[in-house]
Write a protein that binds this ligand. Structure first.
Ligand code: UDX
Length: 456
């Protein structure tokens, strides 16, 4: 199929390159000339596992091309994907200015029937806005164009895996034929006829599926963090509790890792946008608001824990930080709770020496007055505590004996539960995870060194 993708951000580029590799002829469009010039030579403006290779391969096979010229892309395509950003407005709702501007430009250059597929996450009601722009230019729905909403469920770092192994494909449209045509693009991904399902539904339902999915993930994370904090206080271990929960087929085991709270470009943004959408419709979404509040509370809980381990004050303490990205396998620091935690530590007088395998260049643009270390060991050297804020594999394989010698005081606060409390205590660390029972902390409270074995 001949496809064009407007917007070469994260979603647009992954979608374009992946559709090309399925054999379609794909033109990716962006108004940023420098970005397009770089993409033409296979230079990707962000890190995503496997994407550079996929882009280069499809560029050489001439299935993928890049241009700043919207008319070129639109004229030679049957299906037009819109994958521009919908950032959060300061008032909390989604900023639709990019969607509006692309639609206006599109209407001007469109000739012949086109299927417009909206990939960007947009509030219910946006379709009316788009339809109105088409109507004002005399373009009739069903004749000149049809609109389809096809949300993405791509995780950063695993985006290509998620594209090629979808859990479901959601197609929202008022026109069955247009929906079927878009579904054709994704059919090669379906190995068994019923698995994964293609869900044909209304545009409003498709949009709500996307918001509900991200909000539910956020809800699970806030929930397990709440449980973790209670576990710590009552002598339970959140890992065991999460395992016990996950075996329940009705619940499943995803998104039950306790930690420093969720971050990244999507979960917070979509949660806030859904809250605003509900409020705009006269409904106060108490549960959704509490998911957000819990996420902010988790950040403060981690800071409280660090402070407690350091004897109640952070003033003039040097803290080594491992991890700045909002999760492993990405250089993205948008809404990263690691950065929030660092700011709060600095506010209380701590000095920071941070390391991240990929995210330091992006963090440097936002986080000032922080020393950046060349590796994890250098972040630990001379620090009064080491704090793990991103779950990079690299941190799981550190030489902890060396880390202990380098630290001024052997305190490790593990915001991602990458180590085992018993082993860390055996090595002589004052170690605290999230929702885990640390023998050291237990001893300080007059408790036992080893955990009683439960349920066995
Ligand atoms: C998310 C959705 O997963 C994806 O389907 C959607 O389309 C885009 O938004 P992403 O933002 O890449 O993807 O991040 P994700 O992997 O979902 O993680 C979000 C945050 O939650 C990260 O900060 C991560 O560290 C945290 N997290 C995740 C936890 O704290 N615990 C968990 O159990 C899972």
């Amino acid at each position: 199929m001949r496809v064009c993708v407007v917007g070469t951000g994260y979603v647009g580029l992954v979608t374009g390159a992946a559709l090309a590799s399925l054999g379609n002829s794909v033109i990716c469009i962006d108004r940023d000339e420098e970005k397009i010039a770089n993409l033409k030579t296979g230079n990707i403006p962000f890190y995503e596992k496997g994407l550079e290779g996929l882009v280069t391969k499809n560029l050489s096979a001439r299935r993928l091309s890049f241009t700043t010229n919207l008319a070129t892309g639109v004229t030679s395509s049957d299906v037009i994907f819109i994958a521009v950003g919908t950032p959060l407005r300061p008032t909390g709702g989604a900023d639709l200015s990019q969607i509006i501007s692309v639609t206006k430009d599109l209407v001007k250059v469109m000739a012949g029937y086109k299927i417009i597929v909206v990939k960007s996450t947009v509030p219910v009601g946006t379709s009316e806005l788009i339809l109105d722009i088409f109507a004002r230019e005399g373009r009739a729905e069903g004749e000149d164009f049809d609109m389809v909403f096809n949300p993405e469920f791509l995780r950063e770092g695993d985006a290509l895996y998620d594209f090629f192994h979808p859990t479901r494909i959601v197609i929202g449209s008022n026109n069955e034929r247009a929906g079927q045509k878009v579904a054709e693009l994704f059919k090669p991904l379906i190995k068994k006829p019923e698995e994964p399902g293609i869900i044909f539904t209304t545009i409003a339902n498709a949009k709500m599926i996307k918001y509900a999915a991200n909000t539910f993930l956020a809800s699970r994370i806030s929930f397990i963090n709440e449980i973790a904090n209670i576990c710590e206080r009552v002598g339970a271990d959140v890992r065991e509790v999460a395992k016990g929960l996950g075996y329940d087929r009705r619940l499943g085991n995803g998104y039950l890792s306790a930690g420093i709270g969720f971050g990244g470009p999507c979960l917070t943004k979509d949660l806030k946008a859904l809250i605003k959408m509900a409020q705009d419709h006269g409904y106060e979404p108490y549960h959704l608001k509490s998911i957000l509040e819990k996420n902010e509370h988790q950040v403060r809980e981690v800071v409280r824990k660090i402070k407690e381990a350091m004897g109640g004050t952070l003033y003039n303490k040097r803290i080594g930080i491992l991890g700045l990205a909002f999760k492993a396998e990405t250089s993205d620091v948008r809404n990263s709770n690691a950065l929030r935690i660092i700011e709060l530590l600095k506010d209380q007088g701590a000095t920071i020496r941070a390391y991240d395998p990929l995210a330091m260049p992006e963090a440097k643009r936002i986080l000032l007055s922080v020393e950046y270390a060349r590796d994890a060991y250098s972040a630990a050297e001379g620090s009064n505590a080491l704090v793990i804020l991103t779950d990079w594999d690299e941190f799981k394989d550190l030489d902890l004996g060396r880390i202990k010698k380098l630290l001024a005081t052997p305190i490790i606060i593990d915001g991602r539960n990458i180590y085992e409390p018993d082993k860390m205590a055996e090595m002589g660390f004052n170690y605290r995870g999230v929702g885990r029972q640390s023998p050291e902390a237990n001893l300080a409270k007059g408790g036992r060194r080893t955990l009683p074995k439960t349920g066995r």
